[in-house]
Design a protein around this ligand. Structure first.
Ligand code: ATP
Ligand code: MG
Length: 397
């Protein structure tokens, strides 16, 4: 018998598949899977019934394909599968080969009959194949917690047989929810916030504020590393490096020290909003969590929100620091985030920043500043860096 062709079979969460967005969701997922696996030995990416299949050149490319699939949002779980003709006896003839090297005392068969024209229904197939596997191996059927799960999808074009489930992040394919502008510091929280929004289908653009040359470039270098890392989930990213130093100088000249942080933040938000609108992003994302530091009180959040003309979303608002650190470790950004840096926010920061900023006071203080000009000047001096995952870059050439 010739060797069976192997595939990766990708499944999404059922809920995400409901409604009229389903074809769009599946198309985007298929496109993203194609980009994510470029150069890894995938011959073809195709849409099946309630799943996406990736046909592998050979078995050897599975480890690389597996590691890439884990990073694709919208993928809830995936399997390595084999395709066979739509014929139960043919499958039985192949089963000894497919089960070779596996030791199990219990098993279950889960059949999904996507092609309703197939003569037996899924329960009948489960029974028939179950009896066969029991005779072949001596193992018992166990529906809950079996040693081995054997899946059979009856598709119009043939059977797909698969075993080992690999869990992925689920969520929505990047791109289906539109674009967001992430305020990315070099710290622990904002890369996690970005990751969470990407997981909900948002394409992220990144804005990093720096005070170079008042401080060194370390925070900028960290932002570059972080975007390079996060880019594995969206394949193309833009990082905007915006200068804040001049604005900070103006603020310390005319405003009391305790109000500096909240004023820096309002300027960051205004600049981010201009960049966001130019790039068709619809919301601003920060890594703030309630009460974590002096600037993240409800009062200060309200005063910062007042400077924005689009939603500011804070996906980490209800998380403890320990939880965020855990997430950063899982995502793989933690080791970069904890490298020492000179962040613009540490510049001219008072010992006791205001925790209950008052909007009237803030508005009065800003009257002494040329807000619009300062924002425009910072936007003009913002540098953009483009990132493409290596394989996507090859394609663009
Ligand atoms: P992080 O670990 O994300 O830096 P943090 O706990 O250090 O968070 P702050 O430094 O007060 O908190 O920043 C709160 C949020 O403001 C950050 O999560 C980020 O979204 C934004 N922010 C802070 N500094 C910068 C910066 N230099 N560039 C861009 N955004 C920033
Ligand atoms: Mg910070």
């Amino acid at each position: 018998m010739e060797a069976l062709k192997s595939h990766a079979i990708v499944k999404t969460h059922e809920l995400a598949l409901k409604g009229k967005n389903r074809p769009w969701f599946m198309r985007k997922l298929t496109d993203n899977l194609r980009t994510a696996t470029r150069g890894s030995g995938v011959e073809r990416v195709w849409q099946g019934q309630l799943m996406v299949g990736l046909t592998l050149e050979d078995e050897d490319c599975w480890p690389e394909v597996k590691s890439r699939l884990k990073d694709v949002f919208g993928v809830a779980k995936f399997y390595k599968a084999y395709d066979l003709p739509q014929d139960l006896d043919g499958l039985k003839a192949r089963l000894p080969e497919l089960l070779e090297g596996r030791s199990f005392e219990s098993f279950r068969i889960t059949t999904n009959r996507a092609d309703k024209r197939f003569s037996l229904n899924s329960t009948e197939v489960n029974r028939d194949l179950g009896a066969f596997v029991k005779d072949l191996t001596g193992a018992q059927v166990k529906l809950k917690g079996p040693d081995l799960s054997i899946y059979l999808d009856i598709q119009t074009k043939g059977f797909l047989v698969y075993f080992d489930e690999v869990k992925a992040h689920g969520g929505l394919p990047v791109g289906v929810s539109g674009k967001v502008a992430v305020m990315l510091s070099g710290g622990i929280d904002s890369p996690v916030a970005a990751w969470q929004m990407m997981k909900r289908g948002c394409q992220a653009m990144f804005v990093h504020f720096h005070s170079y040359p008042l401080v060194d470039r370390t925070s900028m270098e960290k932002a570059v590393d972080l975007v390079e890392h996060l880019n594995r989930h969206q394949y193309q990213s833009n990082l905007f490096m915006a200068p804040l130093g001049e604005i900070q100088k103006q603020i310390i000249l005319s405003c009391p020290p305790s109000y500096r942080v909240v004023l820096y933040r309002r300027f960051m938000v205004r600049i981010t909003e201009v960049l966001a609108r130019r790039n068709r992003a619809k919301a601003i994302i920060t890594g703030e969590s309630c009460g974590q530091v002096a600037s993240q009180t409800l009062e200060n959040i309200a005063v910062v929100d007042q400077s924005a003309g689009m939603p500011i979303l804070r996906p980490l608002i209800g998380h403890n620091k320990e939880e965020i650190v855990d997430m950063a470790q899982n995502i793989g950004t933690f080791s970069t985030s904890i490298l020492p840096d000179q962040d613009c926010c540490t510049l001219f920061v008072p010992k006791h920043p205001e925790t209950k900023a008052d909007l009237d006071t803030v508005l009065r203080l800003e009257e002494a500043l040329a807000v619009e000009e300062l924002v425009q000047e910072a936007v003009k001096n913002t540098e953009r860096r483009h990132f493409a995952s290596p394989e996507a870059a090859k394609l663009a050439k």
